[in-house]
Design a protein around this ligand. Structure first.
Ligand SMILES: Cc1cc2nc3c(=O)[nH]c(=O)nc-3n(C[C@H](O)[C@H](O)[C@H](O)COP(=O)(O)OP(=O)(O)OC[C@H]3O[C@@H](n4cnc5c(N)ncnc54)[C@H](O)[C@@H]3O)c2cc1C
Length: 420
């Protein structure tokens, strides 16, 4: 009676942990030599229920048009002859109405709030450490019009159960003194603060949780490439890998951006496409000139998290296929923006540049739950917010595999919303 979890990113490892807690025998398979070495490695570090704004929204349409062809655009489409990309784009456009954006916000927020609570419980139960800070997240704005538009979204989110407050420049500065110079330089007109949001290192967390899962009996098979799933009589029988076949009683696909590639031969077309993003990590020690409160510079789509003695800055998105090469110029744009906002921060030359592929659905809502193959489950497509939604998605998944009723509604979270 083995549940195979395919993928040892933050989603696969949290799935394995909650499945083990529910009493399942679990085997996790990943091609990397350890957990969280792909997209979950150096992300923005935010647990941000306040960031549950779908990319597909009427307010983003003029931005995307304005950014077309610009090398420094926060969101860049490199259109090419890839049917998966075109069908993803058509669905993305269909989600760009206010009605759809509101529905998608509610779905993301439902899961993010549930997940945030579960992460706090997990911390309490296990004592897990991952450079976490529970000091909230502050969204900052330079342009007053952008702040006014953000206020509208704040009202919607507050109506849906999030606790967010509008702050003037002085209050932003009081909350995060490292913003003083930026405020003096006219880079901030105000902000929105979400006290319940958090930050922390997703790679450290996933590695520590994998260690705890292992002690609970979960087996991890690393350096193990999954080539195919063997399906007989409408059920997954085994995963075929370069280390042989692994038998499955049930199977969870948590392969991030690569999930659709494994499922396509089974006739399951998963609308998940990679959205490449970058991060820069700086050694800042205990400097008070770099921020401690996690920040989102909304107009530039950049996030900042203090991870112990490091400052992680992450953002930008390129819809351009499966390329994970670090484009130095693109990473340096992030560094430049950070040093403009925090000119007094330590300027180490040792900034670490990284790129990863967000597994993005066209509506920004992940895909969790059953498929047409009875014992095959999905936990993928978390896009910008996989770290934020990991614990909630994993608990829902473990409940489904165990035959229990999940604690939140699954309305709009399954693959059936795409007519599959
Ligand atoms: C720049 C950037 C900033 C981000 N910032 C944040 C943030 O601040 N907060 C937040 O919540 N989220 C953030 N995210 C998103 C978050 O990192 C992702 O949603 C999350 O890491 C996805 O996790 P995953 O486990 O689904 O995918 P992954 O971490 O990619 O895991 C998938 C695993 O599957 C394995 N795999 C794939 N194919 C195969 C195969 N054939 N055989 C064997 N193994 C295979 C891979 O090795 C990998 O380990 C950010 C992402 C990026 C790129």
């Amino acid at each position: 009676m083995t549940t195979l979890v395919l993928g040892a990113g933050v989603i696969g490892v949290t799935s394995a942990y909650y499945l083990a807690r529910a009493g399942h025998k679990v085997v996790v398979i990943d091609r990397q030599p350890g957990p969280a070495l792909e997209t979950s490695f150096a992300n923005g570090g935010q647990i941000s229920a306040s960031h549950t704004e779908p990319w597909a929204s009427p307010s983003n349409v003029p931005n995307i048009i304005k950014w077309l062809g610009r090398d420094d655009a926060p969101l860049k489409f490199r259109l090419k002859a890839d049917p998966a990309l075109w069908s993803w784009c058509i669905r993305f456009i269909a989600n760009c109405t206010k009605g759809r954006a509101d529905i998608n916000t509610e779905r993301m927020l439902r899961l993010a709030l549930y997940s945030r609570d579960l992460l706090a419980d997990l911390r309490h139960d296990t004592g897990i450490e991952y450079d976490q800070l529970s000091t909230g997240i502050l969204h900052i704005y330079r342009d007053k019009k952008a702040l006014a538009a953000a206020r509208e979204r704040m009202i919607l989110m507050n109506d849906l159960g999030l606790d967010r407050t509008l702050l003037d420049v002085e209050s932003c500065q009081a909350l995060e003194p490292a913003l003083k110079t930026a405020a003096q330089n006219g880079l901030i007109s105000g902000g929105i603060f979400t006290p319940g949001d958090e930050s922390g290192d997703a790679h450290t967390f996933t590695t520590a949780l994998a260690g705890m899962a292992e002690k609970m009996g979960v087996q991890f098979r690393y350096n193990c490439r999954i080539n195919d799933l063997v399906v007989k009589d409408g059920r997954v029988k085994a995963a075929q890998t370069n280390q042989g076949d692994f038998d499955a009683t049930s199977c969870v696909v948590a392969l991030g951006s690569y999930s659709p590639l494994l499922l396509k031969p089974l006739g399951i077309s998963l609308p998940v496409y990679p959205a490449k993003g970058y991060s820069v990590t700086l050694d800042v020690g205990d400097s008070p000139d770099a921020p401690f409160v996690s920040l989102i510079q909304d107009e530039l789509k950049l996030v900042y998290s203090r991870l112990g003695g490091r400052l992680r800055i992450a953002g930008t998105a390129e819809i351009a296929g499966y390329d994970t090469q670090v484009d130095d110029q693109r990473a340096r744009q992030i560094l430049k923006a950070a040093l403009t906002l925090f000119p007094d921060s330590p300027r180490t030359e040792s900034g670490e540049f990284w790129a990863g592929l967000r597994p993005k659905t066209p509506d920004s809502v992940p895909i969790i739950g059953k498929t047409t193959i009875e014992n095959l489950h999905l936990n993928t497509g978390h896009g910008t917010l996989g770290w934020t939604m990991a614990c909630g998605s994993a608990k829902v998944l473990a409940d489904l595999v165990s035959g229990n009723e999940p604690e939140i509604s699954l309305d709009g979270l399954g693959i059936n919303r795409f007519g599959k």
